[in-house]
Design a protein around this ligand. Structure first.
Ligand code: PEP
Ligand code: MG
Length: 321
């Protein structure tokens, strides 16, 4: 099967009825970029930059980060590369950074919330990204955005650093994009307002599901609630994709759901533009897309989203063929 699939490695990702999508890879380090390319990834849809900060005893310097981002961009050789700014806090801690204990870490100071509080730390990462932007097709993404104000504040800090670098004579790319993860239900519901301000969305279903269902993504006993196919989750996803398209923006997904073969026809039908997943899932996802008619799935979306439960959705999907 592997041999059959590898034939797809150099091919574009196209549905059975000729609709083009992008299938990209999720990475956690520069070394992972090679795996994405070997598996025929058309870009990086999520570079989790936490790894740069973890397993050490001090913050990575601006130069260390610059080298890591440059390495990924150079390896990707002009393919779109989404780098997510630091998503630390919550359960992910840094030994060298004192953070107050919180009652509900997943509802606490994590990701963009922490970066906006610790602006000096955030600025170092943004400078490293801006300097690296001349080496490829960089798309900068902010995690855990809940309000338009947070996105504006994060983007303002980025543009301030860009202006400072430019004034100092440091080259900065002029075609990098700035987008956000949609992983908080408030952001999914307000996607129309966000879509006017961002260059792209990437839906983070791992967190979006846990926050929509109020079910810890790590708690096995709650797996009956942690349901990617829940119509509640699917309606939020559709809202995000539709809002993006009304503004001519790209909607991608980088949560686990994007690489779930049962979900791909559904997401294709909803119009998702970019699917980002672990490198090992890319070829299977491409094969799945190739056997799916987008138009057929599109015609079924209203019916699927009117079903009453995730179980009913899964059953419907299984019975299509
Ligand atoms: C997500 O929440 O779907 C996501 C991709 O981010 P992470 O898994 O790193 O929280
Ligand atoms: Mg997340």
């Amino acid at each position: 099967q592997r041999g059959e699939l590898s034939r797809l490695a150099g091919e574009p990702s196209v549905s059975a009825d000729g609709h083009r999508i992008e299938i990209a890879g999720n990475i956690g380090s520069p070394a992972d970029a090679a795996k994405v390319l070997e598996n025929g990834g058309e870009g990086v849809g999520l570079f989790r930059t936490e790894f740069l900060y973890m397993g050490r005893d001090s913050f990575p310097t601006e130069d260390e980060q610059y080298e890591a981002y440059r390495s990924v961009l150079e390896q990707m050789d002009g393919r779109p590369t989404i780098v997510r700014t630091l998503d630390i806090g919550g359960d992910k801690k840094l030994s060298y950074m004192q953070l107050p204990e919180e009652e509900n870490p997943f509802l606490g100071i994590r990701a963009i919330r922490l970066c906006l509080e610790e602006e000096d730390m955030f600025r170092i990462q943004l400078r490293a990204l801006l300097r690296a932007s001349v080496h490829g097709k960089l798309k900068i993404m902010f995690p855990m955005i809940a309000t338009v104000d947070e996105f504006r504040r994060a983007k303002a800090v980025l543009l301030d650093e860009k202006q400072k670098l430019t004034a100092a004579g440091t080259p900065v790319g002029d075609d990098f994009e700035v987008g956000m993860m949609v992983e908080i239900p408030a952001a999914a519901l307000m996607a129309d307002a966000f879509a006017k301000e961002v260059d792209f969305f990437s839906i983070g279903t791992n967190d979006l599901i846990q926050y929509t269902m109020a079910a810890d993504r790590m708690n096995e006993r709650l797996s009956y609630l942690y349901q990617p196919f829940s119509p509640a989750v699917l309606r939020l996803i559709r809202n995000v994709i539709d809002a993006a398209h009304r503004q001519g923006k790209m909607a991608g997904m980088c949560g686990e759901m994007a690489g779930d073969e049962r979900a791909i026809p559904l997401l294709l039908g909803m119009g998702l533009d970019e699917f980002s997943m672990s490198a090992s899932s890319i070829l299977k996802a491409r094969a799945k897309a190739a056997e799916t008619s987008k138009a057929d799935m599109e015609n079924r979306i209203d019916e699927i989203l009117s079903l009453a439960s995730g179980e009913e959705v899964l059953e419907y999907l299984e019975n299509i063929r």
